[in-house]
Design a protein around this ligand. Sequence first.
Ligand code: NAD
Length: 283
Amino acid sequence: MGNIIDGKGMSEDLQERIKEEASMFTREHGRPPGLAVIVVGDDPASKVYVRNKEKACERAGIISFNYRLSSDKTHDEVVRLIKELNLRNDVDGILVQLPLPSHLDADQVLMTIDPSKDVDGFHPYNLGRLLMGLPTVIPCTPQGIMYMLRASGIDPDGKDAVVIGRSNIVGKPVATLLTLSHATVTICHSHTKDLDDKVKAADILISAVGKPRMVKGEWIKQGAVVIDVGITRDKDGKLTGDVDFDVARKRASLITPVPGGVGPMTIAMLLMNTITLAKGHVS
Ligand code: NAD
């Protein structure tokens, strides 16, 4: 694989370990760890993501409780379901697949999840703890990115890191985690001027935008570590990252592919968070 970070392989190894942990949990507590997955509406990409998450749960010995709600569900109906799940002893984690239909306020919905069941770590309580550097549920994609860096022998301490994207689910939490790991972090976004100059200075580049090949290979600093979170289909229908991979890989010391990089790690972290929450509920 040369300088390619094999997220798929790393995720498979991790999922084997998670399976052992899930089986140990089931033996000790007489029930498997449980994850409730809620999808509202019929966004095709969400359906694929959710199916992959459910299949991964099944392989790992985690029970998933699946709720497919029609797009006309009201805020009160979705909240009522979450409140029921908050009270159930067999549910350790609750995941609401985003995006939600536009009539639902995602922030308000996510805030209804009991923070001790907030498997994605999107509740303000958990995001606040993350910002403070306190133990918490870490959002899956940023956690997967940090895992890949560590597993590849990259220590962010003292490095110049550039994060492109400032969403609550990827950009901001990964920038926080890098800061907590003592990197010097620049956050870039849609209003950033001279993005190419910022990228050219990055020892570690994390791109989470969702625009195919917007990061030019020539921008990559020689020897940089490149983590490409973006997943979009290009005009030929091919899954593509934010980074112009073919040119970038010649300059990077390490780079993640799309697909097969960050995506599989996100799933592994979801399973890991479910087990961690389950252990917290029974201790
Ligand atoms: P988002 O739309 O919430 O955020 C995109 C960010 O990109 C914004 O902060 C915006 O300011 C920034 N941006 C837009 N245009 C830009 C430009 N020209 N220059 C610089 N910054 C620009 O998206 P998100 O939810 O953070 O996801 C980002 C991408 O990552 C998407 O492709 C998504 O599918 C992918 N994603 C992948 C995984 C995974 O597991 N692999 C998980 C989450 C998201």
